[in-house]
Design a protein around this ligand. Sequence first.
Ligand code: URP
Ligand code: ZN
Ligand code: ZN
Length: 468
Amino acid sequence: MGLIIRNGEIVTAAERFHADVRVEGGTIAEIGTRLEPRTGDETIDAAGQYVLPGFIDPHVHMELPFMGTVSADDFEGGGASGAAGGVTTFIDFCMQDKGETLPAAVARWHAKAAKACIDYSYHMSITDFGPGTPAEMREVVETHGISSFKVFMAYKGALMVDDGQLYRIMQEAAKLGAVVTVHAENGDAIWHLQRELLAKGCTGPQFHPVSRPSLVEGEATERALMMARLHGTTAYIVHMTCKESVHALERAKLAGQRCYGETCPQYLLLDDTVFEKPDFGGSAYVMSPPIRPGHVGHHDALWNGLSNRMLDTVGTDHCPFTHAQKLAGQGDFTRIPNGAAGIEDRLALLYTYGVRAGRFDLSRMVELGSTGPARIFGLSRKGSVAVGMDADLVLFDPSGERTLSAKTHHSKADRCIFEGHKVSGRVARTISNGRTVWDGRQLTTTRGAGRFITRKPTHFAHHPEVKP
Ligand code: URP
Ligand code: ZN
Ligand code: ZN
């Protein structure tokens, strides 16, 4: 049985046009005018709605073991929350435990992710680079279809890699054609800043941003990009928050380096006054890098980066923790689990504060939230509305207004960092592989229906300064 979506306006990263879409067997089979249903076909009238490619979240953490606890959404529930917000594919971070081989970590992650209800892939996080790691990196890329790695330059004593490891990971990734995604903050500087604050009795959540000023992000971004440049590696800087890191990326791009930058809605829309909320309410916003002060140019740098193409994607860093979990950091902000929910709200926020506010157009929104992540990370059947692509589609109704709230979102997080934000439009339907997973009111997901999507490496060394 097929599906025909009639009368909608198709929006891709390149164009907008009115046409019908025929879906067969989970694939977009035909795009044209006045397509006729065949026996047994379902017909959906999308008049007045945009037909967008399914959104891709390139940065999420489902059931992540982190800071003494585990992030609250599992692969099924987190994916479902995404489906309600127009997401049809997410890329999680497969985390290597200390002493574990990379393939063993992949097997462990597959066991957790099998229940996902929408498609997914992983970036491979390397936390323990050793003599066997280069061969394991090759196996991850060539056998497991994971063509991006992740390094944390922060979280000293836990996930952080040092400069030697960073150098080697960049070097090996370039040979394999893999992207290196980077959490860019100077973990050593943060460690000292945290100790100095705690020694002065500064223990509340409002000191989290003080311990991680924008300079430590700017410095690490510059360092990561320079390391990548040495080897001609494609670097992708995740969750960029500040003007210093945007400017570092800008310099690299203008010098001809192949590199990418991602930001997230919370860094575009919130400011550091959120940490002052009473009753430990500021803990809900504790994430790293931190939400920055307003009125000092960070927001403008990020929004401008999205419109002038210095930034390439908007992810969410979906990593929810409940208030009960956050309480682990009462009396010591360094123990508050870092992270918040976001996968469900990205499309609505980009539409409202990006498109409706006149900062960029619908096609650029599609590029930032779907086509860009697909292209950078090699999701070759996703990110566009075109014949032969996976039938991952969003019907977006631009009319009306609603208010974001933890009461209505589908994450297990009991607080919403965008609580009270008014947004325009709504996701009227999300279609994953030709099946409706969100009908505008209810989730219709199936546990385990999501597929692990393998990705080919395409980012081989690009003008390395150190010749192999
Ligand atoms: O605070 C955050 N961002 N938590 C998730 C882990 C990470 O650094 O992305
Ligand atoms: Zn991070
Ligand atoms: Zn993250």
